[in-house]
Design a binder for this molecule. Sequence first.
Ligand SMILES: *Cc1c(COP(=O)(O)O)cnc(C)c1O
Length: 376
Amino acid sequence: MKPIQMVDLAGQYERIKPEVDAAIARVLGSTAFINGPEVKAFENELAAWNGSKHVIACANGTEALQIAMMALGLQPGDEVITASFTFVATVEVVGLLGITPVFADVLPGTFNLDPADIERKITPKTKAIVPVHLFGQTADMEVIMAIATKHKLHVIEDNAQAIGATYTFKDGRKRKSGTIGHIASTSFFPSKNLGCYGDGGALFTNDDELAKKLRRICNHGSDVRYYHEVIGVNSRLDSIQAAILRIKLKHIEAYAAARNAAATFYDRAFEGLEHVHTPVRSADSDHVFHQYSLRVTGGHRDGLKKHLEANGVPAMIYYPVPCHLQNAYRSGRFPEGSLPVTERLTHEVLSLPMSTELDNEQLTHITSTVRSYFPA
Ligand SMILES: *Cc1c(COP(=O)(O)O)cnc(C)c1O
């Protein structure tokens, strides 16, 4: 059996190696390393595939979030409502800009923001909502957009984990994740569903004015070289990464299908296990399985993790400590116990290996190792 990894990037590269190596050589030959034609071409191809009017590539998913908040003119003292059950980047940029993060709890099934709790957390200072499409399916965007419209708030989708997921509105309309809010951000970190071979990120919007602002902020606040309209940052995707992403974009549907096949294998194998709860599929979003995260109840999570690791099966806890209980972000407003679903999940979740390369032998070993932990 091939050794099992959380994410098998080497196996994935092996299958597209000739194409990737040629693309890298092409960029090296062109020496157009920054803002070359590959970046423009990738932006256009990603926009066409995702159904966004504008795609603006940038350096990584964390900066994408920061740039989105800068473009919306969020100021110190403003409040942004987001999840505490997320990767820290979402909350980090809020703090970095002097904005106040306000945490809403998540739903126990999908782990995505609970719209009812978002509405409870709105104050006169609230300016934006940042739903995080956690683990590969979109938050309840129709309800979140309705709340935003009612309270005149902006919505930034953190789409780092769900690129390619499709959300279905009540009237049957379908939209890709990252095209529903005012702005969306994503990450091309290597292990993400659309990953490059370094750092990368992008912003999405359908609004021409916002697109202009986002592009300006990415480029030192400048539209015309050496003339600076606003304070910006230096955030760009390099051409080698863009060339690699153009190749991977062609495979993204096949990659999502491979992840779904592994998820279905897991689901079936865990049927009937009392303490193992397989991922809940959202009623209105399909799943691209950035992570396959179980809930393990009965206090068995940590023991199961050790048992898996002892048998050659890596497993990860995303996330062991929620943002509101991290030393960097603790505040009297969100003490321990203030987000009960989030806090319970941090004790129950366990992510199994998930990648485009898992074969049946590996999947069989993983699932039988899980089952063998629980006495029949
Ligand atoms: C990965 C990730 C980010 C940050 O992306 P980077 O490219 O690593 O900066 C932000 N939000 C979420 C939810 C992520 O998973």
